[in-house]
Design a binder for this molecule. Structure first.
Ligand code: ZN
Length: 292
């Protein structure tokens, strides 16, 4: 297992982590500059932030600063209530693949979606099996497009508390079943993003990380699970402040040969987004060394 205690060479910042600074939105160009100034070598930007700043301008800035990407957030949201919705999701996901290529991302992260309409508070139905079938079909179709573009797709299983509104793929086992079905030859075109926040509780986690193997481990996301957690979405903790044994999980991932970035992804309306982004980034560096 790599020694992270001396430097932050393998730290990546998911740009949502400093989406706000002292409660105010922080534009992506300022985030990229702040990361580069602190010697952070990699980032994983979100589509909305990229769109606000302009895709080509962001791609130029990333190159000029010498930053690498550890992923691109995100595609997915496949299920829909009708054919028009499915087409819209397909087209949007193809655009996400194109953007990921322009930015030089190593993979497009997929948050696959849940019951159509649930995110807006109006679920169109209660058939989660049907939603999962649409996810499978959506990934299968996107995979052809992504393969041609040479952009790997990373399915991110989300904690079951998000099954209704964000992702009905909720365990590593489920994600890897999809990988085995859609990419049985393990070509590297389809894999998983392991986010400790979503999977730390899973009794089969070690077994499924072993099953994934190097070809399927495309991204590794870290933060911490706070007790108590006061918001289902935006109360993620800084590494070391919660109950996740992050080094143990990183050990399992690295035992399979994963040698990529450890990407910090923290959504925190009540704490980190209220602080100055320089302080949040400095804490990410410190905890990357001591708690990851
Ligand atoms: Zn994640």
């Amino acid at each position: 297992m790599r020694d992270f205690s001396r430097d932050h060479d393998w730290l990546s910042i998911n740009t949502a982590t400093v989406r706000q600074s002292q409660g105010q939105p922080l534009p992506l160009p300022a985030i990229l500059d702040a990361c580069a100034a602190l010697g952070i070598r990699a980032v994983s930007p979100w589509r909305d932030q990229v769109q606000a700043a302009g895709l080509d301008a962001v791609a130029r800035q990333v190159r000029a600063l010498g930053l690498a990407l550890s992923g691109y957030c995100r595609g997915g949201m496949f299920p829909a209530a009708d054919a028009e919705g499915l087409r819209a999701a397909r087209d949007d996901n193809r655009r996400a693949v194109d953007e990921a290529c322009t930015l030089g991302a190593p993979c497009l992260v997929l948050v696959v979606g849940g019951l159509p309409g649930a995110l807006q508070g109006r679920a169109a139905h209660k058939d989660i099996a049907a939603a999962r079938a649409q996810v499978r079909d959506g990934i299968a179709e996107l995979l052809d497009y992504a393969r041609a573009a040479r952009m790997p797709l990373a399915i991110e299983p989300l904690h079951p508390m998000y099954a209704a509104d964000r992702a009905c793929v909720n365990t590593m086992e489920q994600a890897l079943d999809l990988c085995d079905e859609l990419d049985p030859l393990r070509t590297g075109a389809l894999g998983v993003a392991v986010d400790v926040y979503h999977v730390w509780w899973d009794p089969k986690l070690e077994q499924q990380i072993t099953r994934a193997g190097r070809e399927r481990l495309l991204a590794f996301h870290v933060c911490d699970w706070l007790t108590p957690t006061t918001d289902l979405l935006n109360d993620r903790g800084m590494m070391g402040d919660g109950v996740i044994d992050i080094p143990r999980i990183r050990g399992w991932v690295e035992a399979q040969g994963f040698a990529g970035y450890s990407e910090v992804e923290i959504f925190s309306t009540g704490n980190w987004w209220r602080r100055a982004h320089q302080q949040t980034l400095a804490t990410c560096i410190e905890r990357h060394r001591s708690a990851v």
